[in-house]
Design a protein around this ligand. Sequence first.
Ligand SMILES: [Zn+2]
Length: 230
Amino acid sequence: MKLDFQNHKSLVIALSGGIDSYVCTYAALKQGIRVSGFHAITARPVAKMERSSAKWLANSKNFYLEITDFRQMLETQVGYLSFEAIALDELDTDREFGDGGGVSVTAFTTILSCMIYYAHIAGKDGVVVGMTKEQASGRDAIGAFSDLESSINKLNPKANSAPNILAPLRSLSKQEIIKLGFDLKVPFEKTWSCTSPQQTVRHCGKCAGCQARRNGFNASGIDDPTDYHD
Ligand SMILES: [Zn+2]
């Protein structure tokens, strides 16, 4: 299986440090595409471990990693929304908070906008988000991405065209992404999925992120190298 990057030659990849972002990066590098990474620091406890994973990949594959600090966003939102109502960088807010929990706000669109801005000034053709089949479900993501690109072009007609937004994993489930990563020799042990508020150097094994990771490995039949606490 080959991921479709639509003939782009230079991409900025949203590099959270999780499995999906690693698989996108390995696939793009194998296709000879020039990549750089974009990592968003958030106020979540998970931020430090994710950042470490993102840095490891950029260092190991020798590409540039732009790290942008979004922690202040939380401060601007407190006052009219409870902390629990803010999902920060997550696309899959339902999963993160079980029954939905009234989550209404995510910083994903803000982070995506900043990534496009960076790609634009850095002269990249496109930005890549690791949106999975589960995350794409119930959204018109491709329509929204296309609208966003055209809005930027309309607002900024004298600038170069806005970079395209690509979501090459959007038709793949977690287990399919893990199989693809296995074929690409992705070092899964370096990736980070745990979203537990009590972060340690091991995955907790219980949070939504750990469950999705575990289930994905189990369903794929590929050995899970993760060191879970439970
Ligand atoms: Zn966990």
